[in-house]
Design a protein around this ligand. Structure first.
Ligand code: ATP
Ligand code: MG
Length: 476
């Protein structure tokens, strides 16, 4: 067994980390007289002692040769134009997909997004030359047990450096996504950028602007999945990328706070992201949780020099909505981020009544609570005073569990009556009043769970229907 992050150098140890289906595809290609190499992220990660990556194979064989060799029924023409054929391999009772791509050189990039032409080339080194970073331009022939490393990617792996293949400015200028890939890889691997590579980023920002939001989003979410995303986020800030991707966050840099925070808003944000456990969407919410602070900063009464950020969570939720749309999160993802940002400012104290706990559950929604607590724990740990969020949250969590168990109604659909009952009792047609009445009934039941019976609620319907309409929620 390889231990993670032990650099691997012995070719036999490398082969041992290559999945058998990929090996069998290489064997077949070589036996048919072609070259076959592991390339890209797979070999990079094996050399780093982090196996488990999808394997990409580069070959001298043309797509038609690959298809002929393995047969039409065992291949999928995944991206024939780009030279990629997926080979299906049955192994260990499972069907595996192995991607095989013909050596490619690349023509001119005129739009900063995709090469104008893709040409198949006979030489492996040409294929490696078009790759983005030296650590991604290493090839391994698992049959001859030979590493091909013309750009000395292994030295950069050892030094933990991300360096462009060839001229940094030229390479970033060809494809605007590469700057995102650079900072994402830095975060994923815990590497730094070579100074010349980093220095080439500001000049490439106009090309980054041309990249589709979806591709930027995918890289950002991979960055946020890293153990320590701040490595990449810092780089984004330092190089001006942050101002392109989420300009709303730039105002956090240098935004001072108050005695409860050791850091400015941006530093605190970086710590919060690192300290928040959960999937990249929860991390995304952590990234945006205080985005509303600069816009709401105001002098704190009775504390000269300190600032308060009244209702920053609501301003922030609105900004998160826009950012989520711009970066093309799915509706579900965006709604989760907006809800987490908007709800992150609860202040639990043991004095909360059971009804307050029930209102809190109703407001946040049961499904979101675990992730809200993760964000909150990260937020507290990130204030910079070694505070432990555990006690407060654990107590609230226990009280929530108790309320859930007691099965008092926690949302409108838990009520003992529904919209049809409301319409019958009031003899009214469907309309907004029905939902309003149900919400008011829920308010009563949150206060007093014993009211959640059909008789009690039917009696209450007429009463709550006569209540004046509550003031509309203030503009968020
Ligand atoms: P991961 O799969 O973890 O995202 P990866 O390095 O395998 O990382 P892929 O997007 O799978 O990334 O790409 C495979 C390889 O293709 C890379 O290692 C790199 O050699 C090359 N590559 C990918 N995108 C680019 C690009 N925009 N410019 C140049 N080469 C690229
Ligand atoms: Mg990959």
């Amino acid at each position: 067994m390889l231990r993670p992050m032990d650099p691997v150098t012995d070719p036999r140890a490398i082969v041992a980390a290559v999945p058998e289906p990929a090996l069998s595809v290489c064997r077949a290609l070589v036996e048919a007289g072609h070259q076959a190499h592991l390339v890209g992220g797979a070999i990079r990660d094996i050399l780093l002692g982090r196996p488990g990556h999808d394997v990409d194979i580069a070959t001298s064989a043309h797509p038609a040769d690959v298809t002929r060799l393995f047969g039409r029924r065992r291949t999928i023409p995944t991206g024939e134009k780009h030279g990629t054929v997926t080979v299906l391999v049955d192994h260990g009772g499972e069907r595996h997909h192995v991607e095989v791509t013909t050596f490619r050189g690349e023509g001119a990039y005129s739009d900063g997004r995709r090469p104008d032409t893709v040409a198949f080339v006979p030489e492996l080194v040409e294929d490696l030359r078009r790759r983005d970073f030296t650590i991604n331009a290493i090839a391994f022939d698992p049959i001859a047990l030979r590493i091909e490393d013309p750009f000395d990617g292994r030295s950069d792996l050892a030094a933990k450096v991300i360096r462009a293949v060839g001229d940094d400015r030229e390479r970033f200028g060809e494809d605007g996504l590469r700057v995102m890939r650079a900072v994402r890889l830095a975060a994923q691997l815990g590497f730094r950028l070579d100074p010349a590579t980093e220095a080439a980023i500001p000049g490439a920002l106009p090309v980054l602007r041309k990249v589709s939001a979806e591709r930027v989003r995918d890289e950002l979410l991979k960055l946020l999945a890293a153990r320590k995303p701040s490595v990449g986020l810092e780089l984004m800030q330092r190089t001006g990328m942050l101002g392109e991707v989420i300009p709303e966050l730039s105002a956090s840099v240098g935004q001072t706070q108050n005695r409860f925070h050791a850091h400015d808003v941006w530093e605190h944000t970086l710590h919060t992201v690192d300290e928040t456990r959960g999937d990249p969407i929860v991390r995304f919410a952590a990234l945006l949780h205080d985005v509303g602070k600069p816009r709401t900063a105001a002098p704190k009464e009775d504390a000269p020099g300190e600032l308060s950020f009244f209702r920053h969570e609501f301003v922030g939720a609105k900004m998160a909505e826009e950012i989520g749309r711009r970066l093309r999160l799915s509706n579900k993802e965006r709604e989760k981020v907006v809800a987490l940002v908007g709800q992150h400012m609860f202040w639990y104290t043991p004095e909360w009544s059971d009804a307050t706990v029930r209102r809190f559950i109703n407001r946040v929604g049961l499904e979101l609570l675990p992730e809200l607590f993760e964000l909150r724990a990260g937020d507290v740990r990130a204030r910079g005073f070694d505070e432990e969020p555990g006690k407060e949250i654990d107590e609230l969590r226990a009280r929530i569990e108790r309320e859930v168990e007691r099965a008092s109604a926690l949302k409108v659909t838990d009520l003992a009556v529904d919209g049809k009952d409301v319409m019958r009792v009031l003899a009214c047609p469907p309309g907004r009043i029905v939902g309003d009445v149900l919400r008011r009934l829920l308010e009563r039941v949150l206060d007093d769970p014993s009211l959640n019976t059909r008789e009690a609620l039917e009696r209450l319907i007429v009463e709550v229907a006569a209540e004046p309409a509550p003031p509309r929620e203030p503009e968020r």
